[in-house]
Write a protein that binds this ligand. Structure first.
Ligand code: G6P
Ligand code: ZN
Length: 582
């Protein structure tokens, strides 16, 4: 057994180590500065307090992006030096964010140990590679992201840090499954490398009826395609979709995890998941090949998802509403009923209508998965989702990209129980259109203005807030832009009081609510690594089932017009068009 020594290394603070919506995300060139990562990790240990760190079992892994392998070795050495008892690493350092959450909650180590927390190494949907982004976040014992109390403390510590602890361990081989033991001043320290997929696969099998999904996937009527965008989802897709559920290997696209995501932008939306979008018959240059019946994609760390039907896009806001409406019948985990449902504020109100219909508890929370976690820990929420391509349930405390795909496959399997041997397949599009016919449709679109000058973005937002007290004036402006939109009846900045811990989150997005239920929401992204990203969310409710089949950009055109002119988007940002429309 290798015996190690601990040294204290002097350091000085770096500016800007404030964790955003989901941890600290910066360019790789920032992270590789000497002591940069070390300062953040030590600040995290100090925020957790030495008593909690000593003897802890920590998971350290991520989406495999560039710099992960170096970072894992550094964190192992610092964990040893800080008295952590053992570190668990997914093979090759790979674990999706939902798998980390599952591992914290479910996994039992070979010596019977349970994890107490995790460092997740990912910048989620941001590109990777030497010139792109790296990220790190800490998750707690419940499997969810650290609450603001802890992240604020971490940040405070980064501003005054003077030293960190590191052990002189040799690098651990993280490609080989097994345990390496070390001896240190505080006793034994182990590193256990384990299979990245098996705990997660086991959890999925306990939630869904794999047999019925297998029948669907093996039916010649049903065709399937999954795009991991070269993110970590690839490490799970083959195991689950091909080995467990019998999908063809050729139905997997970009499922080999790569450090730079193959040079792409691993964000599952209509702009960045180009190959899948083309295959599903949704791009302009359609080929003659018949698209699959079902397509889905994941982001870098596999917590996001995009669901597509043949030549059909399912908005994330509709997706969570449809999952909630069908969960009890189609997914065994929910057969006893849903405890409640929740969505983030900018997500469309499609879920609200389902909750009302089914008489379910309903919550509207600020953007960020941690708010759902609190509700779930209190037994108030079973299914939740966000417009930002995140969907999930209380099986873990992160959103879960593959779970969402399995949920959709379960619904398709359930609706087609009788049809697989004869009869017409009920498609993704049928399911969505039937949902609209029952519940009405929330036309929805999001405009993103990425990498805008940060002060210009702030001014735009300040101007929108300044307008809010005088609705009379707002309505005059609105009428001057379009006479065919309804009246603004309420305008505010969204504020949330957590029903579980009573904490208050202010300034969570600027809202303009219209008399007919339409909404305009403006928010600054909390996940970028450079400049500012303005998000504009536009929504309009249509109850009349004869009018739910329109093209959404066309239906929303008047509201878009109002939003752009009211906010003076071009004037403030110099942009005549958004970077991405979803
Ligand atoms: C992450 C969080 C989500 C959140 C999203 C918002 O993905 O996990 O919960 O919805 O960020 O991103 P934004 O860039 O809009 O702040
Ligand atoms: Zn992600």
């Amino acid at each position: 057994m290798v015996v190690f020594k601990v040294s204290r290394v002097e350091t000085t603070p770096f500016d800007g180590q404030k964790p955003g919506t989901s941890g600290l995300r910066k360019k790789v060139k920032v992270f590789i500065q000497p002591n940069y990562l070390e300062n953040f990790v030590q600040s995290t240990f100090n925020a957790l307090t030495a008593e909690k760190v000593r003897g802890a079992t920590l998971v350290v892994s991520g989406d495999g992006r560039y710099y992960s392998k170096t970072a894992i070795q550094i964190i192992i050495k610092m964990a040893a030096a800080n008295g952590v008892r053992r570190v668990w690493v997914g093979q090759n350092g790979l674990l999706s964010t939902p798998a980390v959450s599952a591992v914290i909650r479910e996994r039992v180590g070979i010596d019977g140990s349970k994890a107490t927390g995790a460092f997740i190494l990912t910048a989620s949907h941001n590109p990777g590679g030497p010139h792109e982004d790296f990220g790190i976040k800490y998750n707690m014992e419940n499997g969810g992201p650290a609450p603001e109390g802890i992240t604020d403390k971490i940040y405070e510590n980064t501003t005054s840090i003077k030293e960190y602890l590191i052990a002189d361990l040799p690098d651990v081989d993280i490609a080989a499954i097994g345990v390496t033991n070390f001896g240190g001043p505080e006793g034994q320290f182990d590193v256990e490398v384990f299979d990245s997929a098996s705990d997660y696969v086991k959890l999925m099998k306990s939630i869904f009826d794999f047999e019925s999904i297998r029948k669907l996937l093996s039916s010649p009527k049903f065709t399937f395609c999954y795009d991991a965008l070269h993110g970590v989802a690839g490490a799970y897709a083959k195991r689950i979709f091909v080995e467990e559920l019998g999908a063809q290997e050729s139905s997997l696209l970009n499922c080999v995890p790569k450090e730079d995501f193959g040079g792409g932008h691993p964000d599952p939306n209509l702009t960045y998941a180009k190959e899948l979008v083309a295959r599903m018959g949704l791009s302009k240059s359609n080929s003659q090949v018949e698209p699959p019946e079902f397509g889905a994609a994941a982001d870098g760390d596999a917590d996001r998802n995009m669901i597509l039907g043949k030549r059909f896009f399912v908005t994330p806001s509709d997706s969570v509403a449809i999952i909630a409406a069908n969960a009890v019948e189609a997914i065994p985990y929910f057969s006893a009923g849903l405890k409640g449902v929740a969505r983030s504020m900018p997500t469309s109100a499609a879920l609200d209508v389902v909750a009302k219909h089914l008489n379910l508890k309903f919550f509207e929370v600020p953007t960020g998965w941690k708010f759902f976690g609190n509700l779930m820990d209190a037994g108030l929420c079973s299914v939740c989702g966000e417009e930002s391509f995140g969907t999930g349930s209380d099986h873990i405390r992160e959103k879960d990209g593959i779970w969402a795909v399995l949920a959709w496959l379960s619904i398709l399997a359930y609706k087609n129980k009788e049809n697989l041997n004869g009869g017409k397949l009920v498609t993704v599009e049928d399911i969505v259109r039937n949902h609209w016919a029952t519940y009405g449709r929330h036309y929805y679109t999001r405009y993103d203005y990425e990498n805008v000058d940060a002060s210009a973005a702030k001014e735009l937002m300040a101007n929108l807030v300044k307008l809010q007290p005088s609705l009379g004036e707002v309505n005059e402006i609105v009428k001057g832009i379009r006479s065919d939109v309804s009246k603004v009846v309420h305008a505010d900045e969204f504020e949330y009081k957590d029903p579980v811990d009573g904490s208050i989150s202010k300034h969570q997005g600027i809202r303009y609510l219209f008399e007919d239920g339409s909404r305009l929401v403006f928010r600054l992204s909390g996940t970028g690594s450079e400049g500012a990203t303005i998000r504009l969310y536009i929504e309009q409710y249509e109850k009349d089932s004869s009018k739910t089949g329109r093209d959404s950009q066309e239906a929303l055109a008047p509201l878009v017009d109002v939003a752009l002119k009211l906010s003076k988007m071009q004037e403030f940002t110099g942009r005549s068009a958004p970077t991405v429309i979803t």
